[in-house]
Write a protein that binds this ligand. Structure first.
Ligand code: ADP
Ligand code: ADP
Ligand code: MG
Length: 642
């Protein structure tokens, strides 16, 4: 076994790899960008090396700097995690040329699966079922349109170099083909530097079922399937293992096909063979087709670990250190059911816009696996994927595991940024999902119900009352804070709620919020309000209240600051989301009218024009074209005309 390895990644996956290394007695070296100098993965590793600036191109994608860091620290091998350099065959070759071990497949295996068209041709030759389609080199639009006619509509256009759902277009009618092709090609060229596409049959009611494989370069086994059909815009949201409705016969057929795929390319280490499955008529052994192979550890690998008891990172290290595969297929079995939910800093109401922010508070319930790269006090920066954590649960049956997921999400506490927590909790309680009726269109069909704004209810009022009690200085249990109680009325003003309370005993109070009176009493565990027990955390003048998967935050009001904030609102134009400032169209001293264009931002490949909220004169330009800004950053300040 290696004595020391370097992890060429960040965030939760770097932490996840370090966990296993610690257990195996392997020393670890972290690498980090300037934005991550104080990150959790850096704190967890035995050593850390700075590799450059915050942008991935200046740090986590700099193969030569990472290899130099491994050599300088005496690491023998490099674990790539996922994303970044994990599927870059040139990096694998450079690692090996430097006399180090790459913990993953060979450069040749990665190349064989790197482009979706070539991979599909290879798999068809190996006898793996492939979605009917055109995977050839002829990129002439007429030819591709002809291929689509031959396949039969609806079809799916896919970038051959694609990933993360980019460069993909569903086309329902021949008349729409040319425009969809042009836009898929443009997106593919921008994202991957390769405009080539393939065209394939669009599978109706599709389910995404993937098989975890593991090889030693010669022989491979599979660790069963994961169902990742719960997707939003082709991105996974909740994954599970095993797949609902899976039959022994179909599992056998899919597992065998995946092992055939891995052995066909001499696969070494952990990999995933993704299949698209026709879910319209139940799962049948002839109803699945190869989609692509991901030649790395997958984000959702923990659900496989939960049902098989295997530590996949341990297996990766052992195979990379030269061990031959030590298990036979028949040694592997599934126990129970597991789910993983991906918790992101994102603004669900604003169309799932990625968000940033400092985590004022982050806590997960006991007995749940939470893979995370951040802690309370850490910042979700605009530079990287805004994932906060993966919440993973296991249970003896699907129903029990799903109930545990719902409860675990209810008990997860995040403050300081908006998140998709409530959306995930709503999904965990979705009736169709509960029945196992999953397909990739479920979220889109029910998006409105899943993201609906609720009317404030009893629980919201109990949470507001908890904030009022906290603001009144009555936070602790009876023994912790001896407070002189009086029955006189106290008025509490917070940003978001105004309350009135009076004590009815040393440990009892009446609280009025929204004109509704609630009874509160406290014991050793804190306050119970109208029978609920909201948890309160105060950080930096903000009172955060958690209950039943909800978060409510109330800022203590400083009357002076409030007046300032009101005056400021119309004067300062702020970035509505993290992104790049493309253009600033005004200069200091310039007179503007309400609605005039001030600047243009680019975020998520979309342009956003920022306009003046009122007439005035530009007092200050606080940014410049090319600047990366966080959400809320002040960009332009106006002043009243003199
Ligand atoms: P999965 O199908 O497991 O979600 P993806 O292919 O979408 O896998 O990517 C896995 C992870 O790798 C993503 O969560 C993302 O953070 C990261 N990732 C993907 N592509 C890149 C890239 N080009 N650079 C950096 N990170 C990436
Ligand atoms: P990526 O590299 O972006 O992960 P994939 O080829 O794995 O691209 O496809 C991503 C998702 O797109 C799948 O999980 C599935 O939801 C959908 N998809 C892919 N191919 C098809 C198809 N032929 N028919 C219907 N949906 C598909
Ligand atoms: Mg995929």
């Amino acid at each position: 076994m290696f004595r020391k390895i370097l992890i060429a990644n960040r965030g939760e996956i770097a932490c996840r790899v370090i966990d296993t290394c610690r257990r195996m007695g392997v020393a670890t070296v972290a690498v980090h960008s300037d934005a991550d100098a104080g990150a959790r993965h850096v704190a967890m590793a035995d050593e850390a090396v700075r590799i450059g600036g915050p942008a991935p191109a200046d740090s986590y994608l700099r193969g030569e700097a990472i290899i130099a860091a491994a050599q300088a620290t005496g690491a023998e091998a490099i674990h790539p995690g996922y994303g970044f350099l994990s599927e870059n065959p040139d990096f694998v070759e450079a690692v090996e040329a430097a006399g180090l071990v790459f913990i993953g497949p060979s450069a040749a295996a990665i190349r064989a699966m790197g482009l979706k068209d070539a991979a599909k041709r290879l798999m068809a030759e190996a006898g793996v079922p492939v979605v009917p389609g055109y995977h050839g080199d002829n990129q002439d639009p007429e030819h591709l349109a002809g291929a689509a006619d031959a396949i039969g509509y609806p079809v799916l256009i896919k970038a051959v170099a694609g990933g993360g759902g980019k460069g993909m277009r569903r086309v329902d009618r021949p008349a729409d083909f040319a425009a969809a092709l042009a836009s898929a090609q443009a997106e593919a060229r921008g994202a991957f530097g390769n405009a080539a596409v393939l065209v394939e049959k669009y599978v109706e009611k599709p389910r995404h079922i993937e098989v975890q494989v593991f090889g030693d370069g010669t022989r491979a086994v599979h660790l069963f399937e994961r169902d990742c059909s719960l997707q939003r815009r082709h991105q996974k949201v909740i994954e599970e293992a095993p797949a609902p409705g899976m039959t022994a016969e179909m599992r056998e057929a899919m597992g065998a096909a995946a092992v055939r795929a891995a052995e066909a390319i001499g696969y070494s280490g952990a990999g995933t063979v993704e299949f698209i499955v026709d879910g319209s008529r139940g799962l049948r052994p002839d109803g699945f087709w190869f989609m692509e192979m991901n030649t790395r550890l997958q984000v959702e690998h923990p659900v496989t670990e939960a049902v098989t008891g295997v530590d996949l990172v341990e297996w990766q290290l052992r195979v990379a250190a030269g061990e031959r595969l030590w298990v036979r297929q028949e040694d592997l079995a599934i126990t129970g059911h597991a789910f993983e939910a991906r918790l992101y800093a994102e603004d669900v109401a604003a169309g799932f816009l990625p968000a940033t922010g400092r985590l004022a508070h982050l806590a997960f319930p006991e007995g749940v696996r939470a893979d995370t790269g951040v802690r309370t006090g850490d910042t979700i920066s605009p530079w990287y994927d805004p994932m906060i954590a993966k919440v993973i649960v296991h249970g003896p049956t699907r129903a029990v595991a799903l109930a545990r997921l719902a409860r675990a999400l209810d008990q997860t506490q995040v403050a300081g940024t908006v998140t998709n927590l409530a959306f995930l909790a709503a999904l965990a309680r979705h009736e169709g999902f509960g029945r196992g009726e999953v397909d990739t269109g479920l979220i889109a069909r029910d998006l409105e119900a899943l993201t609906a704004e609720r009317e404030p209810d009893d629980l919201d009022r109990a949470m507001a009352a908890a904030a009022v009690l906290q603001a009144a200085g009555l936070p602790e249990g009876p023994l912790a804070g001896f407070s002189l109680w009086t029955p006189s009325r106290v008025r509490v003003e917070l940003d978001g709620v105004s309350g009135l309370l009076w004590m009815t005993g040393p440990d009892a109070a009446q609280v009025v919020v929204d004109g509704i009176e609630l009874a509160a009493c406290r014991d050793a565990q804190g306050w119970a309000i109208a029978g609920r027990r909201p948890q309160v955390v105060e950080a930096g003048g903000v009172i955060h209240v958690f209950a039943g998967g909800r978060t409510a935050s109330f800022r203590r009001v400083d009357p002076l600051a409030r007046a300032g904030a009101v005056a400021e609102a119309g004067n300062v134009t702020r970035a509505p989301m993290p992104g790049l400032v493309r253009e600033v169209t005004v200069t200091a001293g310039q007179r503007v009218a309400a609605g005039d264009r001030l600047a243009v931002m680019e975020a998520m490949k979309m342009e956003h024009v920022l306009t003046a909220a009122r007439d005035g004169v530009v007092a200050e330009v606080l940014t410049a074209p090319g600047a990366q800004v966080e959400a809320g950053a002040a960009l332009i300040r106006l002043e009243e005309e003199a």
